[in-house]
Ligand binder design. Structure first.
Ligand SMILES: CC(C)(COP(=O)(O)OP(=O)(O)OC[C@H]1O[C@@H](n2cnc3c(N)ncnc32)[C@H](O)[C@@H]1OP(=O)(O)O)[C@@H](O)C(=O)NCCC(=O)NCCS
Length: 170
């Protein structure tokens, strides 16, 4: 079935809460168990400084990605961070790649950003492989970064640097 990418709306809150209610998806993120639909609604209502896209198949939302801009910090305006997740049943089918490609297009070609950054748990093989495929590099390891199922786990800081936007030739 065709997967399409679109901007998230408040009506996607329930689907997104359900995706992150899955322990294996949550394990790759900083999301908490028993997510509230209202938390997602509030998150989606906040349009300033963040762009949230969803992947859908037919009527179903199957994944999302958020691009978080630094609008209030001029000296960090060239950089943005991202976070994402794909419903377990849809993983390894190209959905994560489609979401990440869409956000990179926005970052590169519409905001002219020079740096995209993220944190990924060091044991998240799928995440690390996906990000490397799109040109992200490991910049360092953050020890005991987050609590996950009772254990303080390490993350990699990864970033993708890009040259300045092209200039139209004369
Ligand atoms: C990480 C995640 C977003 C990847 O999404 P996906 O839709 O499965 O990714 P894709 O199918 O587009 O795969 C892209 C690449 O990632 C790598 N990859 C994906 N799943 C993998 C796995 N289980 N093991 C190793 N590499 C994997 C492959 O390099 C793949 O490219 P290929 O298919 O050309 O070989 C998804 O696994 C997920 O949502 N995990 C739980 C939440 C999470 O970890 N979010 C990221 C937080 S930093």
């Amino acid at each position: 079935m065709t997967v399409s990418i679109r901007r998230a709306s408040i009506d996607d809150a329930e689907a997104l809460a359900r995706i992150y209610d899955d322990a294996s998806v949550r394990a790759g993120t900083l999301q908490m168990p028993y997510p509230l639909v209202s938390t997602w609604r509030d998150r989606l209502a906040q349009t300033d400084g963040q762009i949230i896209l969803v992947a859908s198949s037919g009527e179903s939302v199957i994944g999302n990605i958020g691009l978080h801009l630094n609008l209030k910090t001029p000296r960090r305006a060239h950089a943005a961070s991202l976070g994402m997740g794909v419903q377990t049943a849809w993983q390894r089918k190209g959905v994560g790649s489609a979401l990440l490609a869409a956000v990179i297009d926005i970052a590169d070609n519409w905001y002219g950003l020079a740096r995209l950054e993220l944190s990924v748990y060091t044991d998240n093989e799928a995440g690390v492989a996906l990000y490397k495929k799109f040109g992200f590099e490991i910049e360092g390891t953050l020890r005991a970064y987050a609590l996950r199922e009772g254990v303080l786990v390490d993350t990699y800081s990864m970033a993708r640097l890009r040259a300045r936007p092209n200039i139209t030739p004369r």
